[in-house]
Design a protein around this ligand. Structure first.
Ligand code: SF4
Length: 336
C-alpha cells in the first residue's frame, strides 16, 4: 500500500468500490502566437470529463483520433498537467501531487503504449528493460531481480532467452509482450492501455488482448482501455465511455451501449461496425463534415454541426452528462 496521504477536502470518493474517479477533468494546451509568443488560445484536448472505474473492472474509452482519449489517459497518469478538475486514485486525491508523492503513486499506475518499439530502449537487453522499474523502486539483490524478470517473461509468454536479447530481435506482438511485462514489474493496481494492439497485425491482436485479460485475472488489475476500434473495446471492456471533441458523451455497461446506444454520435459509431453475418444488412449512419478543431469548438453541444438530430437549443446550450437509465449516462438534449 502506498504511503501517500494527500487529500483535497473538496474532493471525495463517491464510492469505495472505485479505484479511480475523474471529476470535471480538463486538459488544455496553450496556443502561443504573436511577436511575444503570448497565449492566444487553448487546444481543449480534454474538456470536462467525469467517470469512475471500479476495482477490477475494465473501462473502454472510444472515439475518433484526436477526441482526447489519449490525453485523458496521460493526464490521469499525471504525465500531463491537468488544467482543472480532480483525479482521485485509490482513496487519494492525486491531481496536484508532486515529487516523491507522485513517484510513489506511479508504482500503482502504469501505461502500456501503442508503439511497443518506440517505448523500449533499443540499447538495453530485454532483461534490463523489465528489471529497471523494480531496480529503481526496490532494494532487491541481482539474483532476486533476475528471478522476478524471468517470472514476468514466463507470465507474458516469452521464453527465458528473451532476457538476453534486444527489442529489435522480436516481432511487434512479442515487443508488446515485453512492454506488458515491464508495466507489470511493480505490480500496479491500474493499467492504462493506450491503443495497445492497433499497431499489431490482426493475426496477433487477439493473442495480446487475451493475454491482457488473463493477466488482469492473475494480477487483480483494473484497466482503462483506450482504443478507436469498437470491436476491440467490446471484447475487452465491462463498461464503455464514448468521447467526442474532448467531452464524454455517453457511458454505459457494454451490453447496454451496444444494444441501445442513446447518443447520436455513439449510434453512428456503432452503425459503422460491420455485421459478422453478411446476410444481415445494417443501415450505416453517415455523419456530415469533419470533427471541428478543439481550439475553437462549436458552441452548445460540441456535436451539433454534425448531428442528424440537432435541434435549435443544441447550438446554444451544452448538454450535461447525466444518468437517463440505470448504469447509462448520456450528454444530449434529446434525453433532457
Ligand atoms: Fe445532437 Fe442535440 Fe443531442 Fe447534441 S444535444 S447530440 S446536437 S441532439
Amino acid at each position: 500500500m502506498s504511503s501517500v496521504s494527500i487529500h483535497n477536502k473538496d474532493s471525495a470518493f463517491t464510492n469505495f468500490e472505485n479505484l479511480l474517479e475523474i471529476h470535471n477533468l480538463k486538459t488544455y494546451y496553450p496556443v502561443k502566437g504573436g511577436f511575444f509568443k503570448r497565449t492566444i488560445g487553448n487546444v481543449k484536448a480534454v474538456d470536462n470529463i467525469t467517470f469512475e472505474i471500479k476495482k477490477g473492472e475494465t473501462l473502454g474509452l472510444v472515439g475518433e483520433s484526436g477526441c482526447g482519449k489519449s490525453t485523458a489517459g496521460r493526464t490521469i497518469l499525471r504525465l500531463l498537467k491537468p488544467t482543472e478538475g480532480s483525479i482521485l486514485f485509490d482513496g487519494k486525491d492525486i491531481t496536484r501531487i508532486h515529487g516523491k508523492h507522485l513517484r510513489e503513486i506511479r508504482k500503482d499506475m502504469q501505461m502500456v503504449f501503442q508503439d511497443p518499439y518506440a517505448s523500449l530502449n533499443p540499447m538495453q537487453m530485454v532483461g534490463d528493460i523489465i528489471a529497471e522499474p523494480i531496480y529503481n523502486f526496490t532494494k532487491k539483490s541481482k539474483t532476486e531481480l533476475k528471478k522476478e524478470v524471468m517470472d514476468l517473461l514466463d507470465k507474458v509468454g516469452l521464453p527465458p532467452d528473451a532476457y538476453y536479447k534486444y527489442a529489435h530481435e522480436f516481432s511487434g506482438g512479442q515487443r508488446q509482450r515485453i512492454g506488458i511485462a515491464r508495466s507489470l514489474a511493480l505490480r500496479p493496481k491500474l493499467i492504462i492501455a493506450d491503443e495497445p494492439v492497433s499497431a499489431l497485425d490482426v493475426s496477433v491482436q487477439s493473442q495480446v488482448l487475451n493475454l491482457l485479460k488473463d493477466l488482469q485475472e492473475e494480477f487483480d488489475l483494473t484497466f482503462l482501455f483506450i482504443a478507436h476500434d469498437l470491436s476491440v473495446v467490446k471484447h475487452m471492456s465491462d463498461r464503455i465511455g464514448v468521447m467526442y471533441l474532448g467531452n464524454m458523451v455517453e457511458i454505459a455497461d457494454k451490453g447496454l451501449l451496444y444494444a441501445e446506444p442513446l447518443h447520436p454520435y455513439t449510434q453512428a459509431l456503432i452503425s459503422a461496425i460491420p455485421s459478422p453475418d453478411p446476410r444481415i444488412k445494417k443501415e450505416r449512419i453517415i455523419l456530415r463534415g469533419d470533427v471541428p478543431s478543439p481550439i475553437n469548438p462549436p458552441s452548445g453541444c460540441p456535436f451539433h454541426p454534425r448531428c442528424p438530430m440537432a435541434m435549435e437549443e443544441c447550438s446554444k446550450l451544452k448538454p450535461v452528462l447525466k444518468e437517463v437509465k440505470p448504469s447509462h449516462r448520456v450528454a444530449c438534449h434529446l434525453y433532457s
